[in-house]
Design a protein around this ligand. Structure first.
Ligand SMILES: Nc1ncnc2c1ncn2[C@@H]1O[C@H](COP(=O)(O)OP(=O)(O)OP(=O)(O)O)[C@@H](O)[C@H]1O
Length: 262
């Protein structure tokens, strides 16, 4: 089966019901993600980045709903919830909260492979291979570990391994390095970069860290109040930002960078 090359979100509108009124959290948002690229979604806190990722897969929190919008894979309409774990894998900010504390890493891996309809007889070998691909030490031993027995960096690698096991061609990575120390952060970024280069994954990277964006992204989409206000290549966004929000984000990054190198 050939893998899809393009994932498009069109005209996504997400609302929350508050005191009998609809509040728009994401407004007419459209984005296209290609295999082999990292599209960074940036913007201030509350601008709608996480809701966009959740809404595109219909995994919205209670009280929040998708009022409009469609998702297309290689130009064909698909049901957003059908993307989960098959076309799109997700890596979240706090890996500890994403794992079931009562289940081992292998239990999680088996569940991912079940959703991906993979051959159960190969679960163990495939899981060891995926854990090893993420650079986790002693992958065989990691199979039997519970989340509380692992560090944040190990868990983030395990979460990325689960994403690989799903075989999904696209990855939504929502602040994947925010809770990690700088050394582990750099290793996880290297790992994500490698997955794009070696496996041709397409990554939607949600980040508030413009340093991470400058290092990893191919393109950047900037959000404000639920809308994409600017989109362009990473070079153009940093060299000639057009929108006030983009200019602010770039200026804040450059000020920090100047401070660090002083
Ligand atoms: N469970 C919820 N119910 C209703 N509104 C919510 C809920 N969670 C978030 N929101 C609102 O949705 C809007 C978008 O939030 P979202 O989490 O997508 O922002 P974000 O850009 O990812 O921010 P951050 O960088 O802080 O994670 C915000 O106004 C937020 O207050």
């Amino acid at each position: 089966m050939t893998q899809p090359q393009t994932l498009a979100i069109e005209n996504l509108c997400i609302c929350a019901r508050r005191e009998g009124q609809d509040i728009q959290l994401v407004r007419e948002l459209s984005l296209t993600l290609e295999r082999g690229e990292i599209l960074a979604l940036v913007g201030g806190s509350g601008s709608g980045k996480s809701m966009t990722c959740a809404g595109a897969q219909d995994v919205l929190p209670p009280g929040v709903y998708r009022r409009a919008g469609r998702v297309l894979v290689d130009g064909s309409d698909v049901a957003p919830k059908s993307l989960r774990g098959r076309t799109v894998a997700t890596v979240l900010q706090n890996p500890r909260s994403a794992f079931n504390p009562l289940r081992t890493i292998f239990d999680h891996a088996r569940e991912v492979r079940r959703v991906a309809r993979a051959d159960a007889a190969e679960d163990r070998a495939a899981t060891i291979a995926a854990l090893s691909d993420t650079g986790l030490d002693e992958p065989e031993r990691a199979l039997a570990l519970y989340p509380f027995e692992m560090s944040g960096g190990m868990l983030q690698r395990a979460m990325i391994a689960l994403a690989l096991l799903s075989g999904a061609p696209f990855l939504f990575a929502d602040e994947p390095t925010t809770d990690l120390d700088l050394v582990v952060q750099a290793r996880i970024l290297d790992l994500l970069e490698g997955l794009v280069a070696n496996r041709g994954l397409g990554i939607l990277l949600v980040s508030h860290d413009m340093g991470v964006v400058a290092r990893l992204a191919t393109r950047v989409a900037v959000m404000q109040e639920g809308q994409v206000v600017e989109e362009g290549s990473v070079e153009r966004i940093f060299s000639a930002p057009q929108h006030a929000v983009t200019r602010e984000l770039v200026a804040a990054h450059l000020a920090l960078y100047a401070g660090e190198s002083a």
